[in-house]
Design a protein around this ligand. Structure first.
Ligand SMILES: *Cc1c(COP(=O)(O)O)cnc(C)c1O
Length: 440
């Protein structure tokens, strides 16, 4: 096994000619993973501090989830929702308890889907069914990200993603995120069914509103008789240091969507709603062939069991504090946003893209949701050693890029990934740590 990866060999020989061109060509292809480490086809290790964008919260190839999947696959993978299965209802009860903070059930009900966008579609349809005819309005926020299907795309507050696909469903308006006065103006009790917001905007660059935003929204929605729907697809399930991000502010939402980390990599989504709201759905109103099927639900059940046993919210808070402190001390970092292990490092200039490309070459997986923001979403089981290693790799890169791009004066401040060549300073997961060491 290679522990001293060669730099610059990131191109892939995989024939992608039969894949649609909706994704930019990747510079690396991964073939396996273990904990926080991914391996490419040449068996070079990479520290994964993105987790498939907050998906593999328990790391790659977690044995408990592998075991649960194998056992369920050998027992029963799928039956139609025309029939019952034993796993989905059990998972729904656990999720309802986690929405309630972990100890007592919140008293809501769950619809299972297969992705974040599908969880959002459920929320949108539920809101309209609940509000009744004539009250179809949804108020969402600028720069929000809720997914790519037509309804979720319409809720997504990014005109550039929407423009080519018009006409979009009617009834959606967007207001600036974190602006309670704008929300006050946009909500019309006669026309609005629901407000839909992310507790922290992930794709927008890990943007947090002030701590009074959600409580103020809650009060406003209650007064106007409008649903408060929180998109916790990225923030949910321990990542921010609580089971759900709304729990930091102690608000009680009407609807919560979740997905990414739910199955630790097995596709699953869920839409939770307070019982009175959930009751708006009658048989036939909504459905999914795969949603809630035993195979995916067995992965979710195992994921939630491990998450509870490992107390991942507490781990995320503790590890997040270490990562945040380390990032704040790095050259070129002007601010660190986010909570727990969902962090965004705001850079002095727009070199997050080149920084992530260089980090990948150096064996560290990250991404840049904005030209000046690097996002961190490592496994919630990440070790202190792995955090320190990631900080060391990134620190070297940022020192070089800060020197090349400057810290704020003149120049466009945007460059291609090749504007600063790697100087060959050290392999990624270097010889001091074998991939097997430092595992959580
Ligand atoms: C990723 C994401 C979605 C969409 O999830 P998909 O599984 O890609 O459909 C929706 N909302 C938020 C907040 C997300 O981060």
């Amino acid at each position: 096994m290679t522990t001293e990866p060669q730099l610059g060999g990131l191109s892939t020989s995989v024939d992608r000619s039969a894949l649609m061109g909706n994704y930019a060509a990747p510079t690396v292809t991964f073939v396996r993973g273990q904990g926080s480490i991914l391996y490419d086809a040449e068996d070079r290790p990479y520290l994964d501090f993105l987790s498939g964008i907050a998906v593999t919260s328990l790391g790659h190839a977690h044995p408990r989830i592998t075991e649960a999947l194998a056992e369920q696959a050998a027992t029963l993978s799928h039956v139609s929702n025309l029939f019952g299965n034993t796993v989905g209802p059990e998972v729904a009860i656990t999720l309802d308890r986690l929405i309630g903070g972990g100890h007592t059930r919140a008293g809501g009900q769950v619809f299972f889907a297969n992705s974040g966008a599908e969880a959002i579609e459920c929320a949108l349809k539920l809101a309209r069914r609940w509000a009744g005819p004539g009250r179809a309005g949804i108020v969402a926020t600028d720069n929000a990200f809720h997914g790519r299907t037509m309804g979720a795309l319409t809720a997504t507050g990014q005109p550039s993603k929407q423009e080519p696909f018009r006409p979009l469903p009617e009834g959606f308006v967007h207001v600036p995120y974190g602006d309670i006065d704008a929300m006050d103006e946009a909500i019309d009790p006669d026309r609005t069914a629901a407000v839909l917001v992310e507790p922290i905007q992930g794709e927008a660059g890990v943007v947090e509103p002030t701590s009074d935003y959600l409580p103020a929204l809650r009060q406003m929605c209650t007064e106007r008789g409008v649903l408060l729907m929180l998109d916790e697809v990225q923030t949910g399930l321990g990542r921010t240091g609580a089971w759900f991000a709304f729990q930091h502010q102690g608000v009680a939402p009407d609807v919560v969507t979740m997905a990414k980390a739910l199955g630790n990599g097995v596709p699953a989504g869920a839409c939770w709603a307070r019982a009175e709201v959930a009751a708006a759905f009658q048989p036939g109103d909504h459905g999914s062939t795969f949603g809630g099927q035993p195979l995916a639900m067995s992965a979710v059940r195992a994921t939630l069991e491990v998450m509870e046993a490992e107390r991942v919210p507490e781990r995320a808070e503790r590890a997040g504090a270490r990562l945040r402190a380390g990032l704040e001390a790095l050259p070129g970092v002007v601010e660190v946003r986010g909570k727990g292990l969902l962090l965004g490092a705001v850079l002095a200039r727009e070199f997050a893209g080149p920084a992530c490309q260089e980090a990948l070459q150096g064996g560290l997986v990250l991404n840049a949701p904005r030209p000046d923001v690097i996002r961190f979403a490592p496994s919630l089981l990440v070790s202190d050693e792995e955090i320190d290693q990631a900080l060391a790799i990134l620190g070297r890169i940022l020192a070089r890029l800060t020197a090349a791009f400057g810290t704020g004066e003149g120049g466009p401040g945007v460059g291609s990934g090749s504007s600063v060549r790697d100087t060959g300073q050290g392999p990624s997961v270097d010889g001091s740590t074998t991939p097997e060491e430092g595992r959580p």
